[in-house]
Design a protein around this ligand. Structure first.
Ligand code: ADP
Ligand code: MG
Length: 465
């Protein structure tokens, strides 16, 4: 048991700052879910003479913290405050109308400041920067944008459940699905909304198994009103994670909770995903986001320039929009680079500088692409260790990644077959040729591989620009 101490003392310090420091250490030692569930709701009240008083939402909460995180918290406050530091708890029930101030053992009257908004019980991971207001509408995102708006007004109550948004890299999927989350919280502040990407979900799932907390993990997501999962393609090939996600999906869907998903490809092309999931993904609305046309690109640039406080003439924006077509992230990047070029050289932003910047982006894109950067992107994508791709492993998914990496190295760099072979574990040039033709054949015969290669290619270009 941690001592529960309330002392009258003289030195009073800023508890929020100290607690924030403690949280940094705690966050490194627990899973994200644990952190959200048990630590985010804690409120520091007071720090007097090395006694940190924290407020917990319920008695149950206190017992749980005391049983499971006593050592961690004590160790942390010793590190941050000093060896003599102690904790004091104040427990309040989540205030109901009549019971606003009722407190439980240990007796202590704590009144929540009236003007404070109710604190969310967990982090939503929504980026407030992503809103509908700064999301430019265009032909390419019309349907997805309209469905997103309808859902925000009536989460769980439209036939767009789940909403499945798909499209290429940098086209606004993350922006749009987070905008829904932000808007729902604006419309319905009491709703429980959470955003996370499928790879974080997977990591959390594995950690939950390792720490024997699978039940908590699953319960946590089942109590959401709005579950937003980005890049659901990361679940491909991860059967156990898919099983649990399937159950969570069913629970939420049955109780008319809103589910929003994004992916780099349509549900039917999510090979390596359970058929049951693929069919559920199609229960609601599947909407794609296409690359923006010239007009939309200009509108986006105009809006971004305003946001950055830049004064850029129309013909310059048009020049950039005409020459950078692949994705919106790169458009944004160009504008930032233009701003940097102008201020570094104390020049004004004119067409000449814009031409130079666009050219630099194109050159950078090529120069930075080498076998290492290609390997890195591919290993990140398939979630495999970079050493594995180089050694002798014959595991199916690693062989596949290795062949793709060789293929793209041949396509995207000037390296010789010999150099490419050397990079991938000292293989000879015949092996490289074999890998390249295997991938070329797959690309021709199966759209999954065609899309995969294109996705990887644009990931590499993006990563290297
Ligand atoms: P994705 O998730 O599809 O890879 P993002 O949502 O991360 O793409 O978008 C990349 C960048 O482009 C972000 O900074 C985002 O704000 C911006 N962006 C994308 N689409 C739009 C849009 N329609 N209007 C304004 N900005 C956009
Ligand atoms: Mg994204």
């Amino acid at each position: 048991m941690i001592d529960t101490i309330f002392t009258e003392n003289h030195t009073i310090q800023e508890p929020n700052l100290i607690w924030r420091e403690c949280l940094k250490t705690i966050k490194e030692n627990v899973t994200l879910m644990t952190y959200n569930t048990w630590f985010v709701p804690i409120k520091p009240i007071e720090l007097k003479n090395s006694v940190l008083k924290i407020q917990l939402p319920s008695r149950f909460f206190w017992e749980w913290i005391d049983e499971h995180y006593n050592t961690l918290i004590t160790k942390t406050i010793h590190e941050i405050i000093g060896p003599e530091a102690k904790l004091a708890y104040v427990i309040i029930d989540v205030p109901t109308a009549e019971e606003n101030n009722k407190t439980q053992e240990p007796k202590q009257q704590i009144k929540a400041p009236e003007d404070q908004k109710p604190k969310p019980e967990f982090e939503t991971f929504l980026n407030p920067r992503y809103t509908f207001e700064n999301f430019i509408k265009g032909e390419g995102n019309q349907l997805a944008r309209a469905a997103a708006g309808a859902i925000s007004d009536n989460p769980g109550g439209t036939s767009f459940n789940p909403l499945f948004v798909y499209g290429g890299v940098g086209l606004g999927k993350t922006h749009l699905i987070q905008a829904i989350g932000n808007k729902i919280l604006q419309n319905y502040p009491d709703k429980k909304v959470i955003y996370l990407s499928a790879d974080i979900f997977t990591i959390e799932f594995v950690e939950a198994i390792q720490t024997n907390r699978l039940n908590d993990f699953s319960q946590f997501y089942r109590k959401m009103d709005v579950l937003i999962i980005d890049d659901i393609q990361f679940l491909m090939g991860k059967e156990k994670t898919q099983d649990l996600f399937f159950q969570i999906f069913n629970t939420l869907h049955q109780s008319r909770k809103q589910i929003i998903l994004s992916s780099d490809k349509p549900p039917k092309d999510l090979k390596g995903l359970d058929e049951r999931l693929i069919s559920r993904f199609q229960w609601g609305l599947t909407a794609d986001i296409q690359p923006p046309d010239l007009e939309t690109r200009i509108a986006i640039l105009k809006r971004k320039a305003e946001d950055y406080g830049m004064n850029v003439l129309g013909d310059i924006l048009e020049y950039i929009a005409t020459n950078i077509t692949s994705n919106i992230r790169e458009l944004e990047g160009c504008l930032i680079k233009l701003l940097a070029n102008a201020s570094l050289n104390s020049k004004e932003i004119n067409l000449e500088l814009a031409k130079k910047t666009v050219k630099e982006i194109a050159t950078d894109r090529k120069v930075n692409i080498n076998i290492e950067s290609i390997t890195k992107v591919i290993c990140d994508y398939f979630k495999i260790d970079e050493n594995k791709i180089r050694d002798k492993t014959r595991k199916k998914e690693i062989v596949m990644a290795r062949q793709v990496a060789m293929y793209l190295s041949k396509e995207m760099t000037k390296s010789s077959l010999k150099t490419i072979g050397l990079h991938f574990g000292g293989r000879d040039h015949a092996t490289v040729i074999h890998s390249c033709s295997t991938i070329e054949n797959l690309k021709q015969s199966d759209t999954y591989y065609k899309d995969l290669i294109e996705t990887l290619r644009s990931n590499i270009e993006l990563n290297c620009s």
